[in-house]
Ligand binder design. Structure first.
Ligand code: ATP
Length: 228
């Protein structure tokens, strides 16, 4: 059985001055390692908030998140070492070269092979000719390739990507989507993408459409996943 993340009956609300804003209520879903998922829906529906909950970086107002790893069922706090993130704004460190941006997460873990592994990943995303460039010396698409290499370099079980192609033109967006999906597949990483792009969402095996606090237009595939 693959490792998976399960969210059970989760709700998320925020207190804003005198009123309470509820983003969603009683959602159930599972994210299985090795499979790909897209979360779509209108602006403000709560897609990024849902991503934060399933990655364990934020807590739901009610409900429970579980990380089932092997035979053990743990809280989502245990996901930290097994996840990588990719953001619309890339979030690379401006003073570091592409090579050192990718090597940094490994160096922080004390990995003596950090630079070698970073080189391998920069090669996989097609940037072996740009390893000594700083982010300001790279195009948007190239910066996102560095961010993908950085997220995957320590081979996490799950990758979470929030609008990974939102800042890119159509051609770069297609290239980044190709790299993201193929690298996750090659590494058997579960991939969750939040996006407004139907083109990007339709590449995923499962699509969750979040609207008015619930999943809408769920495909049969999605229903199967929700029912886990
Ligand atoms: N910590 C918080 N406190 C109060 N409100 C919040 C908090 N986090 C998110 N919100 C609100 O929740 C709503 C949903 O935000 P979220 O970023 O999850 O939506 P989204 O679907 O990802 O939107 P977009 O597509 O525009 O990025 C927004 O109205 C936002 O202001």
């Amino acid at each position: 059985m693959s490792n998976y993340i399960a969210l059970k009956n989760i709700s998320q609300s925020f207190q804003m001055n005198d009123s309470q804003v509820t983003l969603f209520e009683d959602l159930n879903l599972s994210i299985v390692q090795g499979e790909s998922y897209a979360i779509t829906g209108p602006s403000g529906a709560g897609k990024s908030s849902l991503l934060m909950l399933m990655s364990g970086l934020e807590q739901p107002t009610t409900g429970q998140g579980l990380y089932v790893k092997g035979k053990q069922s743990k809280t989502l706090d245990f996901l930290r070492a097994d996840i990588g993130f990719i953001f619309q704004q890339f979030h690379l460190l401006p003073e570091l070269t592409a090579l050192n941006n990718v090597a940094l997460p490994l160096k922080l873990r004390g990995d003596k092979q950090a630079l070698k592994k970073a080189m391998t990943w920069l090669d996989k995303v097609g940037l072996s000719q740009r390893i000594n460039h700083k982010p300001s010396e790279l195009s948007g698409g190239e910066q996102q390739r560095v961010a993908i290499a950085r997220a995957l370099v320590f081979e996490p079980n799950f990758i979470f990507a929030d609008e990974p192609t939102g800042n890119l033109d159509q051609r770069s967006a297609t290239e980044i989507a190709d790299i993201l999906f193929s690298c996750c597949q090659e590494n058997n990483a579960g991939l969750v993408v939040v996006t407004h792009s139907d083109v990007l969402a339709n590449r995923a095996q499962h699509v969750f459409s979040l609207e008015d606090g619930t999943f809408k237009q769920a495909s049969n595939e999605t229903l199967k996943v929700i029912a886990c």
